[in-house]
Design a protein around this ligand. Sequence first.
Ligand code: CA
Length: 514
Amino acid sequence: MLNALKKMCGVSLFIGCCLATALPRFSLAAGEKPRITNKRPNMVWIFSDDHSYQTIGAYGGRLAALNPSPNIDRLAKEGMRFDRAYVGNSICAPSRATLLTGKHSHMNGKYDNRDAFNHDQQQFQKILQKNGYQTVMVGKIHLNGKMQGFDYWEVLPGQGKYYDPEFITEEGRTKYEGEYVTDVIADRALNWLENERDKTKPFMLMVHQKAPHRNWDPADRHMSKYEDIEIPEPDNLFDNYSSRGEAAHGQAMEIDRHMNFKNDLKVEGNWVNNPRFAGRAKWYAENKPSGKELVKWKYQNYMKDFMRCTWAVDESVGRILKALDEQGLTDNTIVFYCSDQGFYMGEHGWFDKRFMYEESFRTPLIARWPGKIKPGSVNSDLVQNIDFAETFLDLAGAPIPDDMQGKSLVPLMKGQTPEDWRTSLYYHYYEYPGAHSVRRHEGIFDGRWKLIKYYGRDVPNGEERELFDLKSDPAEMKNLYSNPEYRTKIEELEKELETLKDQYEVPGEPPPQK
Ligand code: CA
């Protein structure tokens, strides 16, 4: 960089050139000398859709032995793994709205996948852009309307397609015939990085994968991956929800009853003639398993397709890391890997997300920052997706608006968690009635205890509660709410929940149910 600048500017112009291109635009007080700081870091934010921490090797667990994510694991080995990263509303589009605004759903107005997103509101990328960063978004954003605050954007319409995907830009639509969406997103991001960017400016490159969102359609080259492997089942694949309420019983996201044979499992409909899945369809037609055997068979195929999709995502991470190495960008680029929420890999018998239970409330988060983050470090502070926007602004040395609701993760990344770091998280899910029939709920989690309050339509008497002790019951199988031993604990959590709701300015009345 130094040599490049000298070549560009000439040595005598070097300082002036640095000030124009590499320093934050702070106004200086009288007599204050300009800070000749290190050049501002680049950021690459890799964001997948529904990628469970259970299928990332670095997180351990029952699937880690399958080595499902060597490149993401490399990132964790060279950076920091966040073990307690959570979302505020576990569903695709609201999670993206929170990412861009640094606000909970009730403040950015994007409560569910159906609401319109107000693009005119404050978003971190607009502030980064004003502060001299190039901002780029490639892939799935799932917020209808024209993106704002990005120098360049190329996004999927809505959910997008796995095969022959179409993308929208300022100029219109482009279809990539015969190509696979995960590869195209990486190609387009790398094309920008290699050929399009202004090399005198720092950048924020957001690479948003569609995968592994339902219906988990893999690339041809991965169809035989995991073919002869038995994927380990979770202990609670056959959960009967005893001790839990109507919400757990009444959902529509069971592998058993709700995973369909057509687009999910691809053994019915047009898929039967698709060479990718013809073998599976033939086996199913000949063997027709039933009962528990059918659930186990569905689980195996679901998991294999899901992990074939995440394998392509992992390959794309490898390509991005390689490109950063090749372009000499690694040392001054912070790379993040994250998902918009977690996902059920058969735990509780489920696929999908939405609940405040751990598998969907939590999300993977990994960050690499050479020279600043200690390689192989693990953070277990309570982190939430409201923190991301402020983290990006902090890293850029840009001003952080007071009305953003998170906290910068930069001190945590440096291994210096502030003493007053948060001790509890607020959660609120709204999309009911809606896909998968998960009742509305809000709740609090303090790292051990979780209190969930279901409310509204199709909840008995309009209110139902659950209490879990994650220390003794990490799989959340035993609802302790009605046990009198926990009265005091429940009162404490209720009080803390009210404090959080005040802090985050949660309206007294939630929006009406549609
Ligand atoms: Ca998602």
